[in-house]
Design a protein around this ligand. Structure first.
Ligand code: AMP
Length: 185
């Protein structure tokens, strides 16, 4: 199985195992870009240059998806939040519904491996300059969120090296350790 197929298999498996939908903000935004709407037109510009899409756009796309019926029992959010503003908005929303986050997983991969993986996806938004820009945006906006969640005691660090099956097994081990009380909160 090729790398991309394995990635798909893995992402299907985690959400199947937990029986909740896997919601990737990047996938949702790519769908929005396909639509001939003002929102899509704006999102395309940011994504093509490797910059983060503005919080208001991402929030609208992700939160409207969370309102759907299949999210009632929980969900895996992948790639969201990526800024402190998004994290705060998510907290506000979850606090209002009485179901705070159970866990945040950091899947940690050294930068050289990350570059290899990004380049091998072969997508239009993955060329070298754009990848550098994405890494810079990660360092500036997203990396600080690790402390935010670590201070709350819900950050779990997972070694992302190795093949997707190994990483998946590590994720399940961590998820299994999260108590049912935490998950059902
Ligand atoms: P990904 O598929 O997660 O690698 O995301 C691809 C691109 O979508 C990123 O480079 C951003 O431009 C945009 N994107 C995805 N998720 C977010 C987010 N939570 N906030 C802002 N931009 C995002």
């Amino acid at each position: 199985m090729g790398h991309q197929a394995l990635e798909r298999e893995r992402s299907r498996s985690d959400s199947e195992y937990l029986q909740v939908p896997h919601l990737a903000s990047g996938d949702m935004l790519r769908e929005v870009c396909q639509q001939q709407t003002e929102l899509g037109r704006q999102a395309v510009e940011y994504m093509q240059s490797g910059r983060l899409v503005p919080d208001e756009i991402v929030q609208e796309v992700v939160f409207s998806r969370l309102n759907e019926l299949d999210c009632k029992q929980g969900y895996i959010l992948d790639g969201f939040p990526r800024t402190q503003r998004q994290a705060t908005l998510l907290d506000q929303r979850l606090d209002a519904s009485g179901r705070p986050l159970s866990a945040v997983l950091e899947i940690r991969v050294p930068e050289d491996e990350l570059l290899k993986r990004l380049a091998s996806r072969g997508r239009q938004d993955d060329d070298r300059k754009i990848i550098q820009q994405r890494l810079q945006q990660y360092a500036e906006w997203t990396h600080p969120l690790l402390d935010y969640y670590r201070n709350r005691g819900i950050l779990q660090v997972i070694d992302g090296l190795g093949n997707p099956d190994d990483v998946f097994t590590r994720i399940l081990k961590v998820v299994d350790r999260i108590s049912p009380e935490q998950v059902s909160q």
